[in-house]
Every structure is written in C-alpha cells, then in structure tokens.
Design a binder for this molecule. Structure first.
Ligand code: GLN
Length: 197
C-alpha cells in the first residue's frame, strides 16, 4: 500500500516560508503556499514560519485569513516557528506591537526575548523527540522567549531555562529555526506526532 502524500501548508505572506517548503520536499510531503482562505481546504497540517510578527499580523487581516486560520488551528495540526510561535501564543508580554495572537497554545512569550544586541546565534538544543534525545543545531533570530507554559503544555526542549519547543493538542511551537539546515528531525516529529500519527 502506498502512503498518501501529506499536503502541508506554509503561510506564505512573508518570512522564511521557502525554507519550510524545501524541508517538506526533503521528507516527501507536498508543500502548499497559503495566501487565500481556500488554500487551507485540503491541508493535512500547516506551518506558520518565522518572519516579523507585526507584518504577519497585518497581512493576516489584509488577506482575510484571521478566522480561517483560527478555525484551522482548532481542528487541524499547526506548527509555528519564531514569529509563528508569537502568532500562536496565548499572550504577548508588554505587547506594544499590536500583534493579536491566536491563543491556540497556552504560553506567554516576550518578543525578542534572547536580547536585542545579539540578533542571531546558533547553539545546541537538546530536545526529547519520540522518547529519545535529539541534539539540534537551533538558530535564534530575535527569537521569542517563553515566559509561561500552562499545565496542559508539553515542553519538548529547554534552552537557558526557558521552553523553546512546546506542544499542546495538535499545536506545536518553537522559538528557534530548525528549517535553515537540511536536518528535518523537528519537521518529521511534527508530521509523525501530530499530522499522521
Ligand atoms: N522578532 C520577530 C518578531 O517579533 C520574530 C523573529 C523571527 O521570526 N525570526 O516577529
């Protein structure tokens, strides 16, 4: 029996959606750029990429995607990286940006929470994926820091005492970028754990 090819959307309003598309191709999934509400129809899951959450938030409204994305996230698997994590969070601390997060995962975050001077760095992060330890090269680019994770949230990885990879129900969120290299372990975890268990 041949396995059905998974169709995974990548919100393609701005940000680094192309890197996620590349990784999806590497694991044999079919990437779909999402810009219209109807682009969500056939998807098995969705990735909200990194980028700039203030711009993304604005474009979500411009493209009439707010309630379709919220409905999607309540029913189907969704993974947000970096700015995508900000969009999925319950609450943004000291929110002066006007970003209205979807509240799909019970975490609070602070934007740019790993320091403004150091805009970008890569470090090792130890994650527990499918019960085994994975040492990942994680890139933090003005990344959000998780300041609270609710009791229903599973923390899959910490970095400097803060959760950096979290999940609740079918929603996963990561502070760091795992899609910049060809290491697809975090993506494969998302697909196996939440999209096609
Ligand atoms: N600091 C950015 C924001 O607040 C996120 C950065 C990223 O996605 N790499 O939107």
């Amino acid at each position: 029996m041949t396995k059905k090819q998974l169709q995974i959307g990548v919100l393609a309003l701005q940000g680094d959606f192309e890197r996620h598309e590349h990784q999806l191709s590497l694991v044999g999934a079919y990437p779909v750029q999402v810009r219209l509400p109807s682009d969500l129809d056939q998807l098995d899951g969705l990735i909200i990429p990194g980028g700039e959450s203030t711009t993304m938030n604005y474009l979500v409204d411009r493209y009439n995607l707010r309630s379709p994305l919220l409905a999607f996230g309540k029913a189907r698997p969704i993974w947000g990286t970096c700015a995508g994590m900000i969009m999925l969070a319950k609450n943004i601390e000291d929110n002066l940006s006007g970003v209205e997060p979807f509240g799909l995962i019970d975490i609070d975050i602070v934007r740019n929470g790993y320091g403004r001077q150091v805009f970008s760095f890569t470090d090792k992060v130890e994650a527990t994926l499918n019960g085994s330890l994975a040492v990942l090269d994680a890139t933090f680019i003005r990344a959000p820091r998780v300041t609270r994770a609710g009791s229903g949230v599973t923390v899959l990885a910490h970095y400097r005492n803060s959760p950096v990879l979290v999940a609740q129900g079918r929603v996963m969120a990561s502070s760091f970028h795992s899609e910049l290299e060809n290491d697809t372990r975090v993506l494969e975890y998302f697909l196996k754990q939440f999209v096609a268990p």
